[in-house]
Every structure is written in structure tokens, then in C-alpha cells.
Design a protein around this ligand. Structure first.
Ligand SMILES: C[S@@+](CC[C@H](N)C(=O)[O-])C[C@H]1O[C@@H](n2cnc3c(N)ncnc32)[C@H](O)[C@@H]1O
Length: 305
């Protein structure tokens, strides 16, 4: 369920701040976020794809909606970024990011701010990037104008993990199927039912989750937002189809169970299956099917000059 159509930009920002503050502590566990070999491979794959198959290295980066650090911390470890500034509207998420960075021995600057109002000087970054954040922003055009402003001429903008309109609709089927068979699945695995809002900050915070999303994109709306702000060489790609259906079905099942009672063997099966289907998507489907059909969209472009 997306944000109410009548929600004002301030209400959307407020609900995003409160929900993500509350979800921060359990965020990495809920989404299986990894800062080791697996996480690095995932993030490098996304960046390489968004850049058209070739991995660039960057000096100073600005991440928007950095959350707990999935993108920047993995890219720093891989040597793709030399210096990272991580921003988010949620101070709670940034505290979790700082703890992750300290544990990994990485140095990052953090700043709590809104993507549409960046407190940085013109031309001060080599790359502006993000993962799964654009769909939370009330005014996408305004945000892209800010990204252009803070980039140096020739700098790169790159966002991945944005839900596609069609992909989102298609994903509703595995989600519904999961809800329908969940009681049987729990019985087979001998797992008890979930306590409400277990994984993201308690029941009250869980209620907010349905209100934080503003958009699901078509490839054209994403490309237009970037081009309309003044970016050149704009490219939109899609990723993950089978992997996403499999992932959403499993996530739908797991969400109904007490996580402590889901057997380890199931978690291994779900994780390995997801990675295998991701590879199948990458090799077989992504080069052949239109971007719109995939669950995730990515957009990249360059500031002219
Ligand atoms: C789905 S999470 C993704 C976090 C992280 N990028 C990742 O991939 O794990 C979306 C993030 O965007 C942040 N966010 C939402 N609205 C924002 C805004 N207006 N400006 C900046 N960040 C925002 C949220 O607080 C949250 O941390």
C-alpha cells in the first residue's frame, strides 16, 4: 500500500523519518544485508550493470538515503569509492550505518538531510548514488536537480533498486500466493505464527511501513526525471524477475512466522535459490526482455561538461 494520494510532501517525509528511525535496529537482519563477499558482489554487480557493463572508480561520493550503509560501505570495501559521504532523512538509520562502518574499520561522513534539500556546495562530488530510495521522494525532479547541482561537471549519477510499476504488479501474485499457503507452510516447518511487527520496530512502527512509498516507476518516468534535471547519457535498465518472484514468495511466507522458529535449512535454501535465480535473470532474461517487466529499475547519467 503506497502513501495516501492526499499526503503532503511534509507528511511523506515525516512518516519516512519515523518509520526508518524505528526500523533501523532490525533493518540489516530483516533484509539480509551483508557487508562481506556476498554483499560486495551484489553491489558491484548492480553498479556495473547501471554503468553499462563497465566498473568505474570514483573519488568523493554522496549517497542519498544511505540507510544502514549497504551501498557505500560495500563500495568502499571494494575500492570503487575513495571517500564516502552518506546521507539519510532518518538519523536512526545513520546511527546504524556509523556502527556498521566502525565494525568494518571504515571511515565515512554522515549527514541527516532531505534528498530534495542537500546541504552541500555546488560541484563537490564525483558521484551521487543510492539504492532503493527514489521511490520515497515526494518531488523527484527537484531531487535530481539537487543531484546535478552538487556533482562536478562530468560527474555520475547512479541509482538502483527502484521498484518498477509493472514489476510491482507482477510481484503481487507470488505475495498473494504466499499468504494463501502460509498456514500449511508453517505447519510443515513446525514454525509458530509471527508476533505483529516483529522485525521492524514493533507493531506501531510496522503500521507505518505501508505509507512510506510514493512511486513505482516506468523506465520512462525515471529517465525523464534525470533528463529533465539536465543529465546526459541517461540509461535505464531492469534487473531481477524470477529471483524477485521467488524472493517475495519466500519473504511473504517468512513474514507470517516467528523468525526464531524458521529452520536454518529453509533460510539457506531461500538464500541460495535467490542467488541462483538472480544469475539466471542476469544471463538469460535481462539482455532479452524490456526493462519495464523487471522488478528493479536502475538509472545512470552524467552531468554535462
Ligand atoms: C528502503 S530504504 C534503503 C536504504 C539503503 N539505501 C538500502 O538499500 O539498504 C530507504 C531509505 O531512504 C531514506 N529516505 C526516505 N525518504 C528520504 C528523503 N526524503 N531524503 C533522504 N532519505 C530518505 C529512508 O530513511 C531509508 O533509509
Amino acid at each position: 500500500m503506497p502513501a495516501r494520494p492526499s499526503a503532503t510532501p511534509d507528511e511523506i517525509r515525516d512518516v519516512n523519518t519515523r518509520y526508518h528511525d524505528g526500523a533501523a535496529a532490525g533493518y540489516d537482519a530483516k533484509w539480509g544485508i551483508d557487508y562481506g563477499e556476498v554483499g560486495r558482489r551484489q553491489v558491484l554487480g548492480k553498479v556495473r550493470k547501471a554503468l553499462g557493463g563497465r566498473l568505474e572508480r570514483f573519488g568523493r561520493s554522496l549517497e542519498i538515503g544511505a540507510g544502514t550503509g549497504y551501498f557505500s560501505l560495500n563500495l568502499l570495501q571494494a575500492g570503487v569509492l575513495r571517500e564516502a559521504v552518506c546521507t539519510d532523512i532518518s538519523a536512526g538509520m545513520l546511527r546504524a550505518l556509523e556502527e556498521n562502518a566502525a565494525r568494518l574499520g571504515l571511515s565515512v561522513e554522515t549527514r541527516a538531510c532531505d534528498a530534495e534539500d542537500l546541504p552541500f556546495e555546488d560541484g563537490s562530488f564525483d558521484v551521487v548514488l543510492g539504492h532503493a530510495v527514489l521511490h520515497h521522494l515526494p518531488d523527484l525532479r527537484r531531487a535530481f536537480r539537487q543531484f546535478l547541482r552538487v556533482l562536478r561537471p562530468g560527474g555520475v549519477v547512479l541509482f538502483a533498486g527502484e521498484p518498477s510499476h509493472l514489476g510491482d504488479r507482477l510481484a503481487a501474485y507470488p505475495k498473494r500466493a504466499a499468504v494463501a499457503v502460509a498456514p500449511l507452510w508453517r505447519r510443515a516447518l513446525r514454525a509458530g505464527p509471527a508476533r505483529n511487527g516483529y522485525a521492524d520496530g514493533g507493531a506501531a512502527n510496522h503500521e507505518l511501513e505501508g505509507l512510506v512509498d510514493v512511486h513505482a516507476f516506468t523506465p520512462e518516468t525515471l529517465a525523464d526525471a534525470a533528463r529533465g534535471a539536465g543529465f546526459a547519457d541517461v540509461r535505464v535498465r531492469g534487473e531481477e524477475l524470477l529471483a524477485n518472484w521467488f524472493g517475495w514468495a519466500n519473504r511473504g511466507l517468512e513474514a507470517t512466522a516467528n523468525p526464531d522458529e524458521v529452520p536454518w535449512a529453509w533460510k539457506v535454501y531461500a538464500f541460495r535459490g535467490y542467488l541462483a535465480l538472480q544469475e539466471l535473470d542476469r544471463r538469460l532474461l535481462e539482455p532479452r526482455l524490456p526493462a519495464a517487466i523487471f522488478y528493479n529499475l536502475m538509472v545512470a547519467g552524467r552531468k554535462p561538461g
